[in-house]
Structures are given as structure tokens and as C-alpha cells.
Design a protein around this ligand. Structure first.
Ligand code: HEM
Length: 483
């Protein structure tokens, strides 16, 4: 027998130039195919056409787009050594005059920032923030009681809920948008994410040469936000000076992060604290509010699931005088509903990264500096990976369910395929807090009220709108007092 016959064939590697690519125009490539708020859907559509690996051209930039969940999970775990967040994100952030925080930072700076952020999310601290979360939830309940029978702008109210929660937690500052109308900082923060998303995709960075009126408005908003955050950091320091006991038991994220920065070897200063506070504000509001809005719209579209969830919440929480973290963590069906809605409607449907070295991704050889767009949802909604993937079926997350007994493989895979909070060393550090917020809001809503209707414009399914996070468009909710 010749050695040739026994040798194991080396897999053939492809290069970026060998991969399929949607047809584009000279110089600008596929830029005209891209509508920023539908970018994720376009990439998902192309991935069905071109497969798990393809290249999109945006001017001089080449994006390697990947939708194989196993490869994506490996990419996310290969941080910080194999991948950074993109250079373009860091540049966009800097152009806008924003302080770098843990989300946008890379390398050694990220490591320090991440340590500081994690200290703020330590479970003992989250427990200390919990009473503030209850207060905000009570206010949401009062607000909704005043709106009985009329249309509630669902997302706007959920944003008020998450803004008040995060601002309270981040700064110990009670902005109370639920009772007192609009908040100034919030109206400025609202401009930042959509601008980051648009500028990240732009082929020509015109704002480096001239400013349109919208850019000047953005500059003003960033200046206001930066000044407000600096004030909050100064106030936080003053509080710690006056109440040294808060060093041991910080009452908010800001105090916890100032403490972490003040540890001898932290290498962090107040600018870093400010960058992380801004990051928490941006990362913690739309994400949680949009996830809740998607969950509610899916429940309304699936009445028997809504009834089962209502039954779980009422049977376990009726008669309780107040919420507790333990009780909220004992709501298995609610957990399953949240997981299932984030599988179908992940608010971060793509995670862009950039390679830090030459590497092989799947069967593709890529050079250093390659932009890699990880599509988080494609496999999660494919029947070949998840049975009846389009169906909203929380049961698939319950290990005790019949489905789990008969299709054990499918159940373990749904947990591996759906990664709404990312994965690996840069997985979302706010995930437990976000889940707690979602649970307390759902517990309040379904034990105190009956939902009369949740509708999207024209009676259709809600459309997806991407502006750094993916939101449902135009949801209105009507409530009745519980029978
Ligand atoms: C349902 C709500 C949320 C969702 C779906 C979500 C999702 C995500 C995702 C997908 C990432 C990227 C992870 C990766 O690169 O692997 C991320 C990162 C991050 N999230 Fe969240 N998030 C949520 C809520 C929050 C909250 C409430 C906070 C803080 C108050 C937060 C803070 C952050 C931060 C600081 C990062 C950057 C982590 C790093 O780069 O090391 N998130 N989140």
C-alpha cells in the first residue's frame, strides 16, 4: 500500500478572495445594498444565499461574515488574544469625543476596565441595589395604573423603567423619568447609539472634514453627557469621603467602580471610571428595554404561553408582600420564556470583531486585522439546528419537559446555539442584572394587570429596527386591572 493512500487528507483552506460575495459596485462595493437599520437582516439574508462564510465589501473595507454558531462561539472565546472589538468602533467612539469604557476598550486597558466593571457586578453588590429596583418597579406599576384602558407606548415606558433602574444603580441618582417626565441626560444619550451604528457603517467619514447640523447636535449631546458624568463621579467621590463605610458596602455601581479604581495596583483613574459609567448607561438601557418589549410581543402572539406564564407567576407570587431575588430566581417558566424570546429576537444580532493575528477561522485563512462579523441568530432560527425553530416554544428550555426527555440532544443544543449575551471572556457582565430587571418587571405586570392588547402598526408583526441594538417598532399595549 502506498503512503499516499494511507495519509489523512489535509483540509483545503480557503482565503478571503475565494469566498462568495454579493455583487457590488466598483469602489463602494455593497454599500448601496445597506440600509443601516436593516443591516442585520441583509447579512442574514445573504448568509442564507451564500452560506456560513461570505465577504461583504463596504468601500475599502472587507467584512468576513460568519454564521456557524460553533465557529462564532470559538471566536468569542478567543479573546482577548485572538480578537479585539473593531478598530473602527474605537475610532468612531473617539471621533465622537466619548470616554472609552469596558465595551469599546481593547488589550491591557480592557483587562483593567473589565476588572473594575466586574467588581461592580459582584452578587453582594447587586443584592444591595435590589431595593432601588423594587422602588422603580413600583413606580412603573403606578404609571401603568394611571394608563388603564388607553394606549401605552410600550418601549418608551420600558426605557423609562431601565433608565431609572440603571441611573439609580450607576449613580445613586434618582432621575425618576417614570413620574417626572423626560430626563435631560437621557435625551442626549438617546442620540449616541444610533450615531455610533451609522458612523460605523459609513463608507466615507465626512464628519472628519465638515459637520452637518445633526453632527453639531450630536457634539452638543456628547458634551452634555460627559459633563454630567464628570459631575456624578465628583459627587460619588464626595459621598465616599463623607461615608467611608460605603467603601465596604457600595450602594451603587459608581461607588463600587471608584473603590476598584482606588485599589493600589488598579492603574485606573477617574476618566476610566467615567468611561465605564457611560458604558453602563449605554449598554444597560436599550438592551434590557428592547428585550422586554420583544418578550411581551411574542407572549401576546402566543396566548396559551402567556396564560401558562401568568399561572406560574400568580401561583408563586400571589400573597407575597414584596419581591425577593430568591423568589424571582425560582420562576422556571419565566426563565424559559425570556431565553426563548432572546433566541428569536436577540437585541445584539451581530457581534463585530477584528483579528489580532493571522489565523484560520473554520476553513478560512485570514490575515491580521480582518473584520469578522459574527451573525448571532442565523443558526438559532434554522430547523436544521433547532426543531420548529420559528415557533416561540419556551418548553424547549425546560430540562424536565417531555420534549427534553425525547430530544435531549436538541435541548442541550439550544443552550449552546443561542448566545444573546455573547460568550467567553467578554460575555455581557450585566446579564444577571438585566435578567433580574426583566423578571421583576414581568412579575409586576402579570400579577397586577391583565393584558388587553399589544399591537404593532397596521396590525402586523413588529418590524425590527437596528440602531446598535435591535428594537421592535411602534408597540402599543393596553392594560386592565387584574380580574
Ligand atoms: C437583556 C439585556 C442585555 C443584553 C441582551 C446584552 C447583550 C450584550 C452582548 C451581546 C454583549 C457583547 C458580548 C460579547 O462580546 O461577547 C454585551 C456586552 C456588554 N454588556 Fe450587555 N446586554 C444586556 C444588558 C446589559 C446591562 C444591564 C449592562 C450593565 C448595566 C450591560 C453591560 C455590558 C457591558 C459593560 C458589556 C461589554 C463587556 C466587555 O466588552 O467586556 N449589558 N452585552
Amino acid at each position: 500500500m502506498s503512503t499516499d493512500q494511507t495519509a489523512v487528507a489535509e483540509p483545503m483552506l480557503r482565503r478571503l478572495a475565494d469566498l462568495p460575495s454579493p455583487k457590488g459596485l466598483p469602489l463602494i462595493g455593497n454599500a448601496l445594498d445597506i440600509v443601516p437599520h436593516l443591516f442585520h437582516q441583509k447579512l442574514e439574508q445573504w448568509s442564507r444565499e451564500f452560506g456560513a462564510y461570505f465577504v461583504v465589501k463596504l468601500g475599502a473595507r472587507r467584512l468576513l461574515v460568519i454564521s456557524d454558531h460553533q465557529v462564532i462561539a470559538k471566536n468569542l472565546r478567543e479573546r482577548p488574544d485572538g480578537f479585539d472589538r473593531t478598530q473602527r468602533l474605537a475610532e468612531t467612539w473617539k471621533d465622537m469625543g466619548l470616554q472609552v469604557g469596558v465595551f469599546g476598550a481593547n488589550g491591557e486597558v480592557w483587562k483593567k476596565m473589565r476588572r473594575m466593571a466586574m467588581s461592580a457586578f459582584d452578587p453582594a453588590h447587586v443584592k444591595a441595589y435590589f431595593p432601588a429596583m423594587i422602588k422603580v418597579t413600583d413606580r412603573l406599576e403606578s404609571r401603568w395604573k394611571k394608563s388603564l384602558g388607553s394606549d401605552i407606548d410600550l418601549q418608551a415606558d420600558l426605557m423609562r423603567f431601565t433608565v431609572d433602574t440603571i441611573t439609580g444603580l450607576a449613580f445613586g441618582h434618582d432621575v425618576n423619568t417614570l413620574e417626572s417626565g423626560d430626563d435631560i441626560i437621557q435625551s442626549h444619550l438617546d442620540k449616541i447609539f444610533p450615531a455610533v451604528h451609522k458612523r460605523n457603517l459609513a463608507v466615507f467619514r465626512y464628519w472628519r472634514y465638515f459637520r452637518l447640523p445633526s453632527d453639531r447636535a450630536l457634539d452638543r449631546s456628547v458634551a452634555e453627557v460627559n459633563a454630567a458624568i464628570d459631575r456624578f463621579v465628583a459627587q460619588g467621590r464626595e459621598r465616599l469621603r463623607q461615608h467611608p463605610e460605603l467603601r465596604q458596602h457600595p450602594s451603587n455601581l459608581l461607588e463600587a467602580m471608584i473603590n476598584a479604581a482606588d485599589q493600589g495596583d488598579s492603574g485606573l483613574n477617574d476618566n476610566d471610571v467615567a468611561g465605564n459609567v457611560l458604558t453602563m448607561l449605554l449598554a444597560g438601557e436599550d438592551t434590557t428595554a428592547n428585550s422586554l418589549a420583544w418578550l411581551l410581543s411574542l407572549l401576546w402572539a402566543n396566548p396559551s404561553t402567556l396564560a401558562t406564564l401568568q399561572q406560574e407567576l400568580r401561583s408563586k407570587l400571589d400573597g407575597e408582600t414584596s419581591y425577593s431575588i430568591d423568589k424571582l430566581n425560582d420562576l422556571d417558566y419565566l426563565d424559559a420564556c425570556i431565553n426563548e424570546s432572546m433566541r428569536l429576537k436577540p437585541v445584539a444580532p451581530m457581534i463585530p470583531l477584528q483579528t489580532l493575528k493571522e489565523m484560520v477561522i473554520g476553513d478560512v485563512e485570514v490575515p491580521t486585522g480582518t473584520l469578522v462579523f459574527n451573525l448571532m441568530r442565523r443558526d438559532s432560527v434554522e430547523d436544521s439546528h433547532i426543531p420548529n425553530a420559528a415557533q416561540f416554544d419556551p418548553q424547549r428550555w425546560l430540562s424536565t419537559s417531555e420534549a427534553a426527555q425525547t430530544a435531549g440532544q436538541a435541548i442541550s443544543s439550544v443552550k449552546r446555539i443561542s448566545m444573546p449575551f455573547g460568550a467567553g471572556p467578554r460575555i455581557c457582565p450585566g446579564r444577571y442584572l438585566a435578567l433580574l430587571e426583566m423578571k421583576i418587571a414581568m412579575a409586576m405586570l402579570l400579577t397586577r394587570f391583565d393584558i388587553d392588547s399589544i399591537t404593532a402598526p397596521n396590525g402586523k408583526e413588529p418590524e425590527e429596527h437596528m440602531a446598535f441594538t435591535m428594537a421592535p417598532v411602534g408597540l402599543k399595549m393596553r392594560l386592565k386591572l387584574r380580574k
